[in-house]
Design a protein around this ligand. Structure first.
Ligand code: PLP
Length: 385
C-alpha cells in the first residue's frame, strides 16, 4: 500500500469506483445508451456549433448558460403539451450529465448529519453521489406488498415517515427494473416527506408507454419537488454529457451555491443547443427502440424467462439459474449486457433491430441451460428471433 489509503476519507477506503465495463464487442447493450449514431445533418450542425465558439475559447463561457436553459425549458414545455405543462428558463438547471445535476442537489441539500432515502433496486449512483457528499444513505425497500419490484404508495409513505429523510430519490421509469411510478406515489411521498427535497429521476421519460405522465405535471405548487432528465438516453447524446432538471426557481437558485464556476463549457452549451434544435430528428429513434423493448419482453417470455414490464429502453429479466454465467455466455457470443447484482436477473438495453436479433438469438441458444429449472416453459413461438 502506498499510504494513500490511510490518507483517504475513512468512508471511501476499500470502495470500488462505479463503472460499467467498456468492452469492444459487436453488440453493446449494457449502459442504456441509444444505439443509433447521431444523424449526418446533426453531425454537421454540431461541427458548425463547435467552430462557432472555437475562437472565443480564450474567454469563460456564459456561466448562466442562458440560451441553453431557454432551449431546455422550451423542450420540456413542448414535449409535455398533452399535459399542459409550462416550464420557464428560471426553473431549469443543467450539468455535465444528470449525474452532475444530482450531485448539485446532494451538495446543496444533503451533507453530513443529513439522510437521503431511495428504494432499492434503483439507480446505483443515487447512494454513491449521496455518500460522496457525506450524506447518510438509507436503503429503502421495494416489493412490499406489490409485484417483486413495485413501490406501493403505502410502503413508500411508511418508509418516508420512518426515516424522515432530507432527500428522497424516486426513479421513474426505474433503473434497473424499467417500470414507471404512478404520480399518486410521487404526490404521497412529497406530502409525507415534509422537510425533504423529493427528486424524481426521469432519465428514461421519453421511452415511457403511452399515457404515463411525467412528474413535471406536479411541479406547480410543490417547491421541494425536482424532476431530473438527461440527453444521454432518448436523445442519443450520452457523449455530449448534458443532464438537466426542472424545479422551483428558488431551488434552482440554491444550486448556484455548489456548482463550480463555468461548469458547462462553451462547446458543451453549443453542441447541446445544436442537438436541441434537431430534437425531432434525434428522438426519431425512440419509437423503434420501444418496439425492440416490447419485442424483447415478448420473446424472453416465450423462451420461459421472466422479463419485467418496461417503460424504458431496457428490460430486466429474471428466471436465470446463474446470472453471472449467463452474462459470460452472452459475452462469448459477442453480446454485452449488464449484471446489476440482482441474483437470477440481468438487464439488457433495447438497441437496433439487428442488435436485438443478435441478443435474442444468443439467448435462445443458451436458454436451455440458463433458465432456472422451475422457470422452464414450452417455447412455442420463435418467430422474430
Ligand atoms: C436513472 C438514471 N439517472 C441518471 C443517469 C445518468 O445519466 P447521465 O449522467 O449520462 O445524464 C442514468 C444513467 O444511466 C440513469 O440510469
Amino acid at each position: 500500500m502506498s499510504g494513500i489509503e490511510n490518507l483517504l476519507r475513512e468512508d471511501l477506503r476499500g470502495v470500488t469506483p462505479y463503472g460499467a465495463p467498456q468492452f469492444d464487442v459487436p453488440v453493446r447493450l449494457n449502459t442504456n445508451e441509444n444505439s443509433y449514431p447521431v444523424p449526418p445533418e446533426v453531425v454537421e450542425e454540431i461541427t458548425r456549433a463547435v467552430a462557432a465558439v472555437a475562437a472565443d475559447l480564450n474567454r469563460y463561457p456564459d456561466r448562466e448558460f442562458t440560451d441553453l436553459r431557454a432551449a431546455l425549458a422550451a423542450y420540456l414545455t413542448d414535449t409535455s403539451r398533452d399535459h399542459d405543462v409550462t416550464v420557464t428558463p428560471e426553473q431549469v438547471w443543467a450539468g455535465n450529465g444528470s449525474n452532475e445535476v444530482l450531485q448539485h442537489l446532494v451538495l446543496a441539500f444533503g451533507g453530513p448529519d443529513r439522510t437521503a432515502l431511495g428504494f432499492t433496486p434503483a439507480y446505483s449512483m443515487h447512494p454513491i453521489i449521496s455518500g460522496s457528499a457525506g450524506t447518510t444513505w438509507v436503503d429503502g425497500l421495494r416489493g412490499q406488498g406489490g409485484e417483486p419490484f413495485d413501490l406501493t404508495l403505502e410502503s413508500a409513505v411508511a418508509q418516508v415517515r420512518e426515516h424522515q429523510p432530507h432527500l428522497v430519490f424516486l426513479c421513474s421509469p426505474n433503473n434497473p427494473t424499467g417500470t414507471a411510478l404512478g404520480l399518486d406515489v410521487v404526490e404521497a411521498v412529497y406530502a409525507a416527506a415534509e422537510r425533504a427535497i423529493v427528486v424524481v429521476d426521469e432519465a428514461y421519460a421519453e421511452f415511457a408507454r403511452r399515457g404515463t405522465p411525467s412528474a413535471l405535471t406536479l411541479l406547480e405548487g410543490r417547491p421541494r419537488l425536482v424532476v431530473t432528465r438527461t440527453m444521454s438516453k432518448a436523445f442519443a447524446f450520452a457523449g455530449g454529457r448534458l443532464g438537466y432538471l426542472a424545479a422551483d426557481p428558488a431551488l434552482v437558485d440554491a444550486l448556484r451555491l455548489v456548482r463550480l464556476p463555468y461548469h458547462l463549457s462553451a462547446p458543451t452549451q453549443s453542441i447541446a443547443l445544436a442537438a436541441l434544435r434537431h430534437a425531432a430528428s434525434l428522438l426519431g429513434t425512440v419509437e423503434v427502440i420501444k418496439e425492440q423493448r416490447d419485442r424483447i419482453v415478448g420473446q424472453l417470455t416465450v423462451l420461459g424467462l421472466e422479463p419485467v414490464p418496461s417503460d424504458a429502453n431496457f428490460v430486466l429479466f429474471g428466471g436465470l439459474s446463474d446470472s453471472a454465467q449467463t452474462w459470460r455466455d452472452l459475452l462469448d457470443r459477442g453480446v454485452l449486457v449488464r449484471d446489476v447484482g440482482i441474483p437470477h436477473y440481468l438487464r439488457v438495453t433495447a438497441g437496433t433491430p439487428a442488435e436485438t436479433d443478435a441478443f435474442l438469438a444468443a439467448m435462445a441458444e443458451i436458454a436451455p441451460k440458463a433458465i432456472a429449472p422451475k422457470a422452464i416453459a414450452p417455447a412455442t413461438d420463435r418467430s422474430g428471433l
